[in-house]
Design a protein around this ligand. Structure first.
Ligand code: NAG
Ligand code: NAG
Ligand code: NAG
Length: 279
C-alpha cells in the first residue's frame, strides 16, 4: 500500500485507542455488590428509592451504567480517570484533575466530589440523584483501579501493548478485566458473585477502619484513593510490563492479590461514602 494510505491507517489506529476504559464489568459489579451489603439501613433505604425500577434493588446491576452512557454523554468520558505526569508516581488534584482541554475538576476525583455533594441534597429533586448514585458508584470503582490514575502519554496503559497468556491486548485492559477474569476462571467457576463473596469474606474489621481513615473529608479521601492508585500503578502495574511484554503466571500471581484488595477497598469506601451521605 502507498505511504499515504499507510499513514492514514496508522492515524486511525491511534485515534481508535480509547483514552481509558472503565474498570471492567466484573470489577464494578463486585465493588457495588460488596458495598451494598455494608450499608446502614438509612443509606440502604435511600439507595433503594433512587435505583431505577429495572435494578430490582440491586446496586451492582447499575454500576456499569456510566460506561454505557459515554456515547450519549460525551462530557462524562473525562470523568472516568485522571492522568498524571509520566514517571512521577504522584497525584495532585490542582495539577492533575482536569480534562484534556484543561477544564479543572474534570477527572474521576472531581466527579466523585461532584456526585457526593449532589447526593447530599437527597431527597431534593434539584439534581437527578438516580444518575448521581450510578455515577458515584461507578467512579468509586474506577479511582481504585490503579491504571485509572496512570501516566498521561500512555493513557493509563491503553497504548502499551502486552500479551496476556499469549493473547494480544493492552496493559490497561489487563488491569480492567484480564486479571479478574483469569481469577474468576481459575478459582470461582466464572461467577462474579462467588468471587465477590470470597473477596468479602477476607475483609476484616481492622481493614475497614484503616481504609475509612483516609482523610478529614470525603474529598480528602478521594484524593487519597487516587494517590494510592498511582503508587500501585508504578509498583505493580507498569513494573515489569514494558511495551510488547509477555505476561503470564509470574505477573498474574503477584498482581491478583493487589486487584482483589483494590476491589475490597473500593467496596468498603463506597459504602462508607453512602453511609455518610444518607444520615
Ligand atoms: C457534575 O454533575 C453534572 C450533572 O451530571 C455534570 O453536568 C457535570 O459535568 C459534573 N461535573 C463533574 C466534574 O463531575
Ligand atoms: C434521571 O436519570 C434516569 C437515568 O438516566 C432517567 O431514567 C430518569 O428519567 C431521570 N429522571 C428525571 C426526573 O429526569
Ligand atoms: C483471601 O485471603 C487468603 C489468605 O491471605 C488468600 O489466600 C486468598 O487468595 C484471598 N482471597 C481473595 C478472593 O482475595
Amino acid at each position: 500500500m502507498g505511504l499515504q494510505m499507510f499513514a492514514a491507517i496508522l492515524a486511525l489506529l491511534f485515534v481508535a485507542i480509547p483514552t481509558s476504559n472503565a474498570w471492567g464489568t466484573e470489577g464494578h459489579y463486585m465493588v457495588c455488590k460488596i458495598a451494598q451489603s455494608y450499608l446502614t439501613s438509612t443509606a440502604s433505604n435511600a439507595v433503594l428509592k433512587l435505583l431505577p425500577a429495572g435494578a430490582n434493588g440491586d446496586l451492582a446491576s447499575e454500576c456499569t451504567w456510566a460506561d454505557n452512557v459515554r456515547g450519549a454523554y460525551p462530557w462524562s468520558s473525562a470523568l472516568h480517570y485522571v492522568d498524571t505526569p509520566d514517571n512521577l508516581c504522584t497525584y495532585d488534584y490542582t495539577r492533575d484533575c482536569h480534562d484534556s482541554s484543561g477544564a479543572s475538576g474534570r477527572c474521576v476525583v472531581g466527579a466523585i466530589n461532584n456526585y457526593t455533594s449532589q447526593l447530599r441534597t437527597y431527597p431534593s429533586t434539584t439534581y437527578n440523584l438516580t444518575q448521581a448514585l450510578m455515577f458515584l458508584s461507578h467512579f468509586m470503582g474506577d479511582v481504585h483501579q490503579p491504571l485509572h490514575v496512570g501516566f498521561t502519554t500512555d493513557a493509563g496503559g491503553n497504548s502499551i501493548t502486552v500479551y496476556w497468556y499469549n493473547v494480544k491486548t493492552n496493559l490497561h485492559s489487563v488491569w480492567d478485566t484480564k486479571i479478574i477474569q483469569t481469577s474468576m476462571s481459575n478459582y470461582f467457576g466464572n461467577d462474579m458473585n462467588t468471587m465477590a463473596n470470597s473477596i468479602k469474606a477476607n475483609i476484616t474489621s481492622t481493614q475497614i477502619s484503616q481504609w475509612n481513615s483516609c482523610g478529614s473529608s470525603t474529598s480528602a479521601c478521594a484524593d487519597t484513593f487516587a494517590t494510592e492508585s498511582i503508587q500501585q500503578a508504578c509498583n505493580y502495574a507498569y513494573k515489569d510490563a514494558p511495551n510488547n511484554a509477555y505476561l503470564s503466571d509470574t505477573y498474574y500471581l503477584s498482581r491478583s492479590p493487589v486487584v482483589n484488595t483494590r476491589i475490597a477497598q473500593g467496596a468498603v469506601r463506597l459504602a462508607n461514602f453512602l453511609n455518610q451521605i444518607f444520615v
